[in-house]
Design a protein around this ligand. Structure first.
Ligand code: ZN
Length: 150
Protein backbone atom coordinates (compact mmCIF):
# COMPACT_ATOMS: atom_id res chain seq x y z
CA UNK A 1 0.00 0.00 0.00
CA UNK A 2 1.41 3.39 -0.96
CA UNK A 3 2.02 6.10 1.61
CA UNK A 4 -0.68 8.29 0.13
CA UNK A 5 -3.25 5.53 0.51
CA UNK A 6 -2.17 4.68 4.02
CA UNK A 7 -2.61 8.29 5.02
CA UNK A 8 -6.03 8.40 3.45
CA UNK A 9 -7.22 5.14 4.89
CA UNK A 10 -8.63 6.56 8.03
CA UNK A 11 -10.75 4.38 10.20
CA UNK A 12 -14.07 5.80 9.01
CA UNK A 13 -13.13 5.21 5.39
CA UNK A 14 -12.03 1.66 6.16
CA UNK A 15 -15.25 0.96 8.00
CA UNK A 16 -17.45 2.22 5.16
CA UNK A 17 -15.35 0.27 2.69
CA UNK A 18 -15.68 -2.97 4.67
CA UNK A 19 -19.35 -2.48 5.47
CA UNK A 20 -20.86 -0.24 2.81
CA UNK A 21 -24.23 1.23 3.81
CA UNK A 22 -27.17 1.10 1.43
CA UNK A 23 -25.50 -1.28 -0.97
CA UNK A 24 -27.64 -3.11 -3.48
CA UNK A 25 -30.33 -2.48 -6.05
CA UNK A 26 -33.32 -0.37 -5.15
CA UNK A 27 -36.75 -1.70 -5.99
CA UNK A 28 -38.94 0.82 -7.79
CA UNK A 29 -36.16 3.33 -8.29
CA UNK A 30 -37.24 6.62 -9.86
CA UNK A 31 -33.71 7.44 -10.89
CA UNK A 32 -30.66 5.46 -11.94
CA UNK A 33 -27.23 6.26 -13.34
CA UNK A 34 -23.88 4.61 -13.87
CA UNK A 35 -20.55 6.25 -13.25
CA UNK A 36 -17.08 5.32 -14.34
CA UNK A 37 -13.68 6.63 -13.34
CA UNK A 38 -11.23 5.20 -15.90
CA UNK A 39 -8.26 6.68 -14.08
CA UNK A 40 -8.75 4.26 -11.21
CA UNK A 41 -11.17 1.70 -12.63
CA UNK A 42 -14.05 2.63 -10.34
CA UNK A 43 -17.52 1.68 -11.52
CA UNK A 44 -20.65 2.63 -9.69
CA UNK A 45 -24.41 2.43 -10.13
CA UNK A 46 -26.63 4.72 -8.11
CA UNK A 47 -30.33 4.05 -7.55
CA UNK A 48 -32.67 6.51 -5.94
CA UNK A 49 -36.29 7.00 -5.14
CA UNK A 50 -37.53 10.56 -4.93
CA UNK A 51 -40.99 11.67 -3.92
CA UNK A 52 -42.26 15.22 -3.68
CA UNK A 53 -38.78 16.72 -3.92
CA UNK A 54 -37.42 14.43 -1.22
CA UNK A 55 -34.82 11.65 -1.54
CA UNK A 56 -36.73 8.85 0.17
CA UNK A 57 -34.26 6.08 -0.62
CA UNK A 58 -30.88 5.77 -2.25
CA UNK A 59 -28.51 2.87 -2.81
CA UNK A 60 -25.45 1.98 -4.83
CA UNK A 61 -23.70 -0.98 -6.39
CA UNK A 62 -20.46 -1.47 -8.21
CA UNK A 63 -16.81 -2.10 -7.77
CA UNK A 64 -14.19 0.43 -6.96
CA UNK A 65 -11.35 1.40 -4.70
CA UNK A 66 -11.81 2.04 -0.99
CA UNK A 67 -12.16 5.78 -1.51
CA UNK A 68 -14.96 5.55 -4.08
CA UNK A 69 -16.79 2.84 -2.12
CA UNK A 70 -16.53 4.73 1.17
CA UNK A 71 -17.56 7.98 -0.51
CA UNK A 72 -20.62 6.28 -2.05
CA UNK A 73 -21.55 4.67 1.25
CA UNK A 74 -21.26 7.94 3.18
CA UNK A 75 -23.07 9.83 0.45
CA UNK A 76 -26.10 7.55 0.57
CA UNK A 77 -26.33 8.04 4.33
CA UNK A 78 -25.94 11.79 3.99
CA UNK A 79 -28.55 12.45 1.30
CA UNK A 80 -31.27 10.07 2.50
CA UNK A 81 -34.31 12.03 3.66
CA UNK A 82 -32.95 15.30 2.29
CA UNK A 83 -34.64 17.65 -0.17
CA UNK A 84 -33.23 17.99 -3.67
CA UNK A 85 -32.06 21.51 -2.75
CA UNK A 86 -30.21 20.17 0.28
CA UNK A 87 -28.60 17.45 -1.83
CA UNK A 88 -27.46 20.04 -4.35
CA UNK A 89 -25.97 22.17 -1.56
CA UNK A 90 -24.14 19.14 -0.12
CA UNK A 91 -22.80 18.23 -3.55
CA UNK A 92 -21.35 21.74 -3.93
CA UNK A 93 -19.95 21.72 -0.40
CA UNK A 94 -18.34 18.31 -0.90
CA UNK A 95 -16.96 19.29 -4.28
CA UNK A 96 -15.31 22.42 -2.91
CA UNK A 97 -14.04 20.56 0.17
CA UNK A 98 -12.11 18.03 -1.93
CA UNK A 99 -10.90 20.41 -4.62
CA UNK A 100 -10.16 23.78 -3.03
CA UNK A 101 -7.03 24.11 -0.99
CA UNK A 102 -7.38 26.48 1.88
CA UNK A 103 -11.08 25.74 2.10
CA UNK A 104 -12.60 25.85 5.57
CA UNK A 105 -11.80 22.72 7.55
CA UNK A 106 -15.19 22.60 9.24
CA UNK A 107 -17.99 20.91 7.35
CA UNK A 108 -20.47 19.85 10.02
CA UNK A 109 -23.30 19.45 7.49
CA UNK A 110 -21.32 16.79 5.65
CA UNK A 111 -21.04 14.45 8.64
CA UNK A 112 -18.73 11.48 8.04
CA UNK A 113 -17.99 12.75 4.53
CA UNK A 114 -15.68 15.28 6.11
CA UNK A 115 -12.97 12.62 6.47
CA UNK A 116 -12.67 12.57 2.68
CA UNK A 117 -11.37 16.13 2.74
CA UNK A 118 -7.89 14.58 2.85
CA UNK A 119 -8.10 13.55 -0.81
CA UNK A 120 -7.51 17.21 -1.63
CA UNK A 121 -3.80 16.49 -1.22
CA UNK A 122 -3.94 13.66 -3.79
CA UNK A 123 -5.39 14.91 -7.09
CA UNK A 124 -5.61 11.41 -8.56
CA UNK A 125 -7.94 10.39 -5.68
CA UNK A 126 -10.31 13.34 -6.00
CA UNK A 127 -12.19 11.70 -8.86
CA UNK A 128 -12.62 8.54 -6.79
CA UNK A 129 -14.28 10.61 -4.07
CA UNK A 130 -16.47 12.71 -6.37
CA UNK A 131 -17.56 9.91 -8.74
CA UNK A 132 -20.52 8.81 -6.56
CA UNK A 133 -21.75 12.41 -6.38
CA UNK A 134 -21.58 12.97 -10.13
CA UNK A 135 -23.42 9.70 -10.60
CA UNK A 136 -26.05 10.66 -8.04
CA UNK A 137 -26.57 13.97 -9.81
CA UNK A 138 -27.04 12.18 -13.13
CA UNK A 139 -29.57 9.85 -11.48
CA UNK A 140 -31.43 12.87 -10.10
CA UNK A 141 -31.80 14.58 -13.44
CA UNK A 142 -32.52 11.30 -15.20
CA UNK A 143 -29.52 11.27 -17.49
CA UNK A 144 -29.41 7.76 -18.84
CA UNK A 145 -25.94 8.16 -20.33
CA UNK A 146 -23.01 6.76 -18.50
CA UNK A 147 -21.11 9.30 -16.46
CA UNK A 148 -17.37 9.43 -16.83
CA UNK A 149 -14.90 11.52 -14.87
CA UNK A 150 -12.82 11.83 -18.04
ZN1 ZN B 1 -10.77 4.94 -7.17
Amino acid sequence: MSIELRELYQEVILDHNRHPRNRGKLEEATGYAEGHNPLCGDNIQVYLHTNGGLVEAVSFEGSGCAISTASASMMTEAVKGKTLEQVEAMFKEFQSMVTETGHAEEHPELGDLEVLGGVREYPVRIKCATLPWHTLKAALVGEADKVSTE
